[in-house]
Design a protein. Structure first.
Length: 294
């Protein structure tokens, strides 16, 4: 028995008239008669009591009608769900991010916009170490990552910049450089102890400009841990400038660096040949987003 048999049966049960039911189904009345007979043979039960003047459901027909309607309703729901999934309107997206992407608000804004247009998509966001995100995306465990550049994307992954930022100096409020109103020249940081975040490019660019090798005493990665160690006087750190607007860590002063800004971007990273419609929809939103500047 096929799904069409159930449709034929339910339509006839609603109309209780072979000609009207056949017209509604866009088939000939004799064809409908044959289809109903096939159902009855399959079930070994009479579903309709027929006379020359009337058609009525038998007790078995009433029971079968309730179940047939349930099957058709369930199929319609499954069909709708499949169509919506095919359009990327339902499903799940796994998002990975580094802390500095959340501090900028880029992560929150992209998720908010996506949920506005596709409220039935489940977005699960989790913080990950930045060096693990590309591998997790390549392996399919994460769909989209929010990272801080520079980073060379592995083969098969693409990047799209969402925000332009630059680095600044974090020092404890008791540090001699914390009291100056002038930008800190990189050469002044020679001999300092450095606490490094996940994105170490800023630290090494400061060292290059100052013509020294950085003495890294700790590399906790997380910006919260970095600032905590700085606040305890463990050392200084080169951190994203966005923190100057949003983080007020006790005993921490954020100072500008002298010279040309040391650029660092927040970007989305994702699979180049993404197959999931729901993930592709998020990627399309990301790629259509013009970078902003802090």
């Amino acid at each position: 028995m096929e799904l069409r048999h159930l449709r034929y049966f339910v339509t006839l049960a609603d109309e209780l008239h072979f000609s009207r039911a056949a017209e509604k189904l866009n088939i000939a009345p004799p064809t409908l008669t044959v289809q109903i007979q096939e159902i009855e043979r399959t079930l070994s039960a009479k579903l309709f009591a027929r006379t020359k003047r009337s058609v009525a459901l038998t007790p078995a027909g009433h029971v079968f009608l309730a179940e047939a309607r349930n099957v058709l309703t369930t199929f319609a729901k499954a069909q709708t769900a499949g169509q919506r999934a095919g359009r990327g309107e339902i499903g799940r997206v796994e998002v990975g991010y580094v802390g500095s992407a959340a501090y900028t608000g880029v992560l929150q804004e992209q998720v908010r916009r996506f949920r506005q247009t596709r409220p039935d998509v489940d977005i699960h966001a989790e913080e990950w170490p930045m060096d693990q995100l590309p591998e997790l995306i390549s392996a399919g465990q994460i769909d989209v990552g929010f990272i801080r550049l520079p980073m060379a994307p592995p083969r098969g992954l693409q990047l799209h910049v969402l925000l332009w930022d630059h680095f600044c100096l974090a020092s404890s409020s008791s540090h001699p450089m914390a009291s100056t109103s002038n930008p800190i020249d990189p050469s002044q940081l020679a001999g300092e102890a450095f606490v490094t975040p996940e994105q170490i490019a800023g630290t090494y660019e400061v060292a290059r400009r100052g013509r020294f090798s950085p003495r890294v005493i700790s590399a906790p990665g997380s910006l919260l841990e970095v600032l905590t160690q700085v606040s305890l006087g463990a050392g200084v750190a080169i951190v994203p400038s966005v923190l100057r607007n949003i983080v007020q860590m006790p005993n921490v002063v954020l100072s500008p660096l002298a010279g040309a800004p040391i650029r660092s971007e927040v970007a989305a990273i994702f699979r180049a040949g993404e197959r999931s419609p729901v993930v592709r929809n998020l990627i399309e939103q990301l790629v259509a987003t013009q970078p902003t500047t802090i």
